[in-house]
Design a binder for this molecule. Structure first.
Ligand code: ASN
Length: 325
């Protein structure tokens, strides 16, 4: 997705650890504590709510097509041959989530490293990195409303916890006042209405206009998000944070064979990469579900008030820049 437009001068992009000044090291360490707190708080919340914690995979035949997504800007897809089979690096574990939540783990989450080789010009948006981690979760038989309630509770719990337990870190980052505990029942906007109000740059405009987190629904994108063929509306969502932009995307999912097949064909996505999902759907083994993925670096970046989300990474993945570590 596109987010708030900003341009960070090349000289001010996040640097590797060995090039940091003393004060930059202090700031990095402080953001590291906020990261650790956030990971503990969110994983506890999911485990305590009955979710199974799965370990991620890095190489698969089936990964997220990231297509069609109007905000995508992928320069290159990484495919390698292993044992005579072509596999891809994980772009997201969406296909794994649909199958695992249907067959074995009805409530699951994964801290999943995603590789998306963004175009180098995205270095300066401050919102894109070419390796990031999602807290990716899926719930069998859940509705979008169930996911809204779960995420809102998680965000409220996290921000309240941080304000109590991480006071000195938030003070050092000048975030004590800016960071307010949101109130449950976030506003919900339809993307079509936002486009009508703000035009093509609606994402950036919305992020600067809002004072509280909001949901945006009805976003046409990949085949696995639920589309009502009758109304043309999509039952999917992004979470936008004030003065920042999108930090989560998710959906109610398609589970019916005929719709999955039709959408894969319509989108021109390579069918052979999704043959297992298609086969299981045909056998009626894919269950209705809903879920989402929280971009961890974006969430912590918003909490810490960073200019560039690679500041939250010990080993920055700024598009176009490759360091030794
Ligand atoms: N994690 C997202 C979801 O659950 C998919 C993505 O990252 N493209 O919908």
């Amino acid at each position: 997705m596109k987010t708030v437009q900003q341009t960070i001068p090349a000289s001010e992009l996040p640097k590797p650890l060995d090039q940091l000044t003393e004060s930059e090291i202090e700031r990095k360490a402080c953001i590291g504590k906020v990261m650790t707190y956030t990971l503990r708080n969110l994983t506890n919340k999911f485990v305590d709510s009955g979710f199974q914690w799965l370990l991620p995979v890095a190489l698969s035949q089936s990964t997220d097509p990231l297509w069609p997504d109007p905000g995508a800007s992928i320069e290159k897809r990484i495919e390698v041959d292993i044992y005579g089979h072509q596999v891809r690096t994980t772009a997201s574990m969406i296909i794994h989530k649909l199958i695992a939540s249907s067959l074995v783990y009805p409530k699951l989450f994964i801290l999943s490293p995603n590789i998306r080789i963004e175009k180098a010009e995205r270095a300066q948006t401050g919102k894109h990195i070419y390796e990031f981690t999602q807290l990716d979760f899926e719930v069998q038989n859940a509705t979008s409303k169930d996911i809204f309630a779960l995420v809102e509770d998680a965000l409220i719990g996290l921000v309240s916890g941080l304000k109590c337990d991480m006071k000195s870190e938030l003070t050092a980052l000048c975030r004590c006042d800016a960071l307010q505990v949101p109130k449950k029942g976030f506003k919900i906007y339809d993307k079509e209405d936002l486009e009508a109000e703000y035009g093509a740059n609606w994402e950036a405009e919305l992020a600067s206009a809002i004072k509280d987190p909001v949901w945006v629904t009805n976003i046409p994108r990949e085949f696995y998000d639920f589309e009502d063929f009758g109304t043309g509306k999509w039952d999917n969502y992004d979470l936008f944070l004030p003065q920042f932009g999108e930090v989560l995307s998710g959906a109610k999912r398609e589970w019916e064979y005929s719709k999955i097949f039709k959408k894969i064909e319509r989108d021109g996505v390579r069918k052979e990469n999704y043959s297992l999902l298609i086969k299981l759907a045909k056998e009626g083994k894919i269950k209705p579900s809903a879920g989402a993925g929280i971009g961890i670096e974006r969430l912590v970046g918003w909490i810490a008030g960073v200019r560039h989300i690679a500041e939250t990474q010990p080993f920055p993945r700024v598009p176009g820049r490759v360091h030794q570590l």
